[in-house]
Every structure is written in C-alpha cells, then in structure tokens.
Design a binder for this molecule. Structure first.
Ligand code: 6GU
Length: 228
C-alpha cells in the first residue's frame, strides 16, 4: 500500500511516521508513506496556497491550482483508489472504513486548513471525505496521521502477532476485555483468579463476558449493533 499525503505542514507528519509500527511497516516494505508540500506546487512567487473568500467574510480558502497540480502529478505516476479530503464535515471515521481502506493499493490524503478548500476541489478532485470526530483540529494533518495509522496496522504482516488486530476493540463491534500482567500481587489490587487458572476455555469465556459487559455499560450504541 502507498499513501501520498498533501499538506502545507509536512514537518507535523514526519514524527508520527518515523517511529514504532508505522516506521517498521515502511522498513518491511509493506507500506510507503510520501509527504508532499503543497507549496512546492504553487505557481506564485511567494508560494502562496490560499486566497480571500469570494463574497467576503473572515478566513482564507485553500486555492484549487496547487491542489490540482499536485493531484494531477501524482495521478500521472500511478492509479489511485481514493482521493480523501480530511475535513470536520466528512464522514466520521470508524473501524469499518479503516478495514475497507486497508485493502486499497494507492491512496491520496489531502489535509485541509483555514476555512477549508475551494469547493471545486471537493466537487471534482475528491472521492471521499473523512472526519475523525466531532471536535475541531487546527488542520487535517493530525487526522491524516490517525487515519494512516488505523489503516496501516491492518495490513497483513505489519503487526507481529497477526491475530492482535483482530482482537482489537471495535473489530467485532465489542470493546476489548481487561488485561493484566505481572506482578500478580500488587498492594491489595488483585488479578482475577481465572486468568491464572490455566483453563484456556474458561478464560476465553470470561474474556467474552467481560467484553460484553464493558460494551453494554460504556458504549450502549455499539452493544446495540453487536446484539443485532
Ligand atoms: Cl479531518 N480536520 C479538522 N481540521 N478537524 C477535525 C477533523 C479533520 N476531524 C475532526 N476534527
């Protein structure tokens, strides 16, 4: 899988992709992440990428030309499955969307800023719009990092223990059960006896019950989906 990210702040994204699982996925050749500085595609001598809004009002709008230039250049190199715009008014990200996107070959992510992009970008160049939740970020970069992480960890071979993505919270509409590690005795805060029993069948049953209980209590909306 290859992900091309178009941004005015590439330095904001370098950190998250150069450590841990995302770094290892790239080193193993399972994922390629390429950052593109939108300013490099501006024709202006000051490299500007935004302008005043037609009709007036506060706030700048990201211009169509550098965005179209960058996307056109990328599309001339290979075919893309989706061109995704990260925006608070997009479809809210969930595990199902990440699962679907993890099966794609090439993705473009466009990070929004200011008052957003010229609407013609959305009408003619974008195939999918994603938000990561109902709160406002200063730009789309952190959302692009979240989306990229959630997709890449699902690619087979990225996680050491391949079953571990399958046992994540949300993968089956349930929250994950509680986990414990040594020491078994700490102050008087005990580890449930069953987890130390060695009875694998009983442990599996206990974990499933805990998942159900947790989901019902903390996320009744998810529990509703699961029990349907
Ligand atoms: Cl994708 N962008 C911005 N700026 N804010 C957000 C978001 C995206 N998703 C949630 N809040």
């Amino acid at each position: 899988m290859r992900i091309d990210i178009i941004t005015i702040l590439p330095e904001l994204l370098e950190g998250p992709f150069s450590a841990s699982i995302l770094k290892r996925a790239q080193e193993k050749g399972l994922a390629e992440i390429h950052l593109h500085n939108l300013r490099d595609y501006s024709q202006h001598k000051q490299k500007s990428v935004d302008d005043y809004a037609f009709g007036g009002g506060a706030g700048m709008v990201m211009s169509i030309e550098p965005i179209d230039n960058c996307i056109s250049f990328l599309k001339s190199q290979r075919n893309y499955d989706e061109v995704i715009y990260l925006t608070p008014d997009g479809e809210t990200l969930n595990q199902g969307i990440s699962n679907q996107l993890s099966l794609k070959e090439n993705l473009i992510l466009l990070c929004g800023h200011y008052k957003g992009v010229d609407e013609r970008v959305r009408q003619h160049l974008i195939t999918k719009e994603i938000s990561i939740g109902d709160y406002v970020l200063s730009g789309g970069e952190l959302a692009a990092a979240v989306l990229t992480d959630s997709i890449i960890r699902l690619i087979p071979g990225v996680l050491n223990d391949e079953t571990s993505a399958l046992s994540d919270s949300f993968q089956d509409h349930l929250l994950a059960p509680p986990v414990y590690t040594r020491p078994a005795e700490y102050k008087s805060w005990d580890v449930p006896e069953i987890l130390r029993s060695g009875n694998l069948k009983a442990i599996e049953t206990w974990r499933h019950e805990q998942s159900l209980e947790r989901t019902k209590k903390r996320r009744p909306d998810l529990y509703e989906k699961y029990s349907k």
